[in-house]
Design a protein around this ligand. Sequence first.
Ligand code: FEO
Ligand code: CA
Ligand code: CA
Ligand code: CA
Length: 728
Amino acid sequence: MTQPTPYHEDQELDNNTSDNIHFRDILEQSMSRRSLIAKTASGAVALALASTLTGCNDSNDDNNNSTPAVDPNKRPEKLNFKPVAKNLNDIVTVPEGYQATVLYALGDSINPRVGAWDDNNIPSGPSFQFRSGDCHDGMHYFGLNTSSNRFDDNVSTQGLLVMNHEYINPTFLHPKGPTKVDNRRPEDEVLREMNAHGVSIIHIKKDATTQKVEFIQSSVFNRRITASTVMDFAGAAAGADLLVTSYSPSGKQTRGTHNNCGNGYTPWGTYLTTEENFIGYFQRSSSDDLKRQPHEIIALNRYGLKAGASSRYGWETAIGQIEAQDLYSRWNADVNAAQAAQDYRNSPNTFGWMVEIDPFDVRQNPVKRTSLGRFAHEDSACRVVAGQPLAFYMGDDSRGEYIYKFVSTANWDVKDINGGYTMGDKYLNSGILYVAKFNNDGTGQWIELSYGKNGLDASNKTYPFRHQADVVIFARLAADSVGATKMDRPEWCTVHPENGEVYVTLTNNSNRGSSYPTDAANPRNYEDTYAGSKTNKGNVNGHIIRFKETDNKTTATTFKWDIYLFGAEAKMAANINLSGLNDNNDFSSPDGMWFDARGVLWIQTDDGAYTDVTNCMMLAALPGTLGDGTTATTSNGQQTIVGAKVTDENLRRFLVGPKECEITGIAMTPDNKAIFINVQHPGEDSSSYDKPSSHWPATQTDPSNTTARPRSATVVITRKDGGVIAGT
Ligand code: FEO
Ligand code: CA
Ligand code: CA
Ligand code: CA
């Protein structure tokens, strides 16, 4: 990580402690402006302020007279855009008749008092409290009712776009890449890194005729949630001894969220952000095992924090001059005091959760919803059926990890829309957590992870569970002990809006067929060459599994499954390319995935196996239903159950991203006329800050650019004729 070039403070735009006070002033000013939203009964005053500042139009008129009358909410009969060809260009390529516009890139200011990003004068670490974070990921659009200042699922002309900033690309985040001085990370760099994590909430408006989307920089709704933002715990583990830290001796709070990957959203209008690869942010000394009980060591190892582990970014090495030392010390997970309330031995337990954020509530702390379990949370999809409990489907993205569902105790009541965190308390604190077992015959079970059931108690051989708090904090150990099925890296989940079938991407697994034997649900193990030299093995290209709950009930404890789609190269053998992909729709490593409200399935890739031929991409699909295919035998002789083969009319490539990026994050306005995606880490393979292998997003408007730094960014895609995306 240490760069040969030393860090120079004078390369910063605004990097001293007085600037930090300046940023606190801005924060206080933002908070007092935001309080208008909460303090004004109608909210009208606050929005009037925003309108005055931006000159924006408050109209909720979503009618568009420029295109023929169509029902934008109808599922298209077939996909009507021309497929985008695979390519290695340094640009977002969209179909003919569409346009892609960069909306919000790393470092962009969300406050008029904070200056613009400048490639040649990288802004200070503290200023990133008011700038776009890095590595944009999961995302959702929430329509804004400009009368109430609350959520309205029918509004397309103004909304809050909420997105994750999963991690950072330090090579391009800092003036000369990441540095160390006397083996310590400079505080300004660490603050820039911590602030570049988390979530952005940005206020956007869309012209109802041209579909042009703009970011309203002066809006009181714009805010950042970072790796330092105060958060509350709620649910089964709130207040548990294993969440006690020096910061929160009661175990009811922590600071920050990080590695926010896929996302979810609730029917009451809040955002769910996930904490995926959180464990690598902590260091634990090789001698720490000597201070731990055997069961503590079992749990730490299961979550990947073995004794002697160093932290990914070295945040614990910073010396606190701008902020208190404690902000950095908490990334050291060693036992180094007499009691847990005096150190950060439990700090890793305060991450790995599903976090609820109400984008419209600018005052309350985000809430970590612990009843949904602690693991490398990738995504969440909520199945909503009026009068039934809600079901939240979730993946744990690591090789051989599991698929979970949480079923609320409360039945869904549409009157709860806009109830904010109070509804989070109602639906996300009390319920049952399950883990999935996939049988080879196409059936499956949800196994309950409740203390006192299925052997989850103090006599458990895997881990001595004392209560439900232990079960959710160490959900992986609970799932291990009940015999859940080890999957090929569960990433995003989504629910078919018409038939309630649940889809989960299984991105790939290099160890399938070796350390993880194949089974019908994870059936492929094959070899493929990369760039003519390297050989990839296992489930190289990933697949998408789907399942239907028994009696179509959210509370079902059994289901039926098949594999909707297998990633593959078009030229691969038919017993690998089991879905019959061709050059218009072949892909590898599905990751982001979302059904829009019409039932168009969007599939995005984060790939390293086909990137010798094409950059990562997004495809549109019109899937059939579970059981529309047949049984098949893979190249390695494993029997499986595969959905109907795809055609050009129901699966085609919509977009290809710039060099070395991942395409992720997917959101649409309710009129289906603007679609948002995130381009994560373009140029991530670059060897040094001064040798970028991508110059995107500058290349989006100037393809000849050969100097700009690559930056993760949000892109909005619209049709040049203002019509509905992907088909009518
Ligand atoms: Fe952050 Fe599993 O992708
Ligand atoms: Ca290949
Ligand atoms: Ca992902
Ligand atoms: Ca990635």
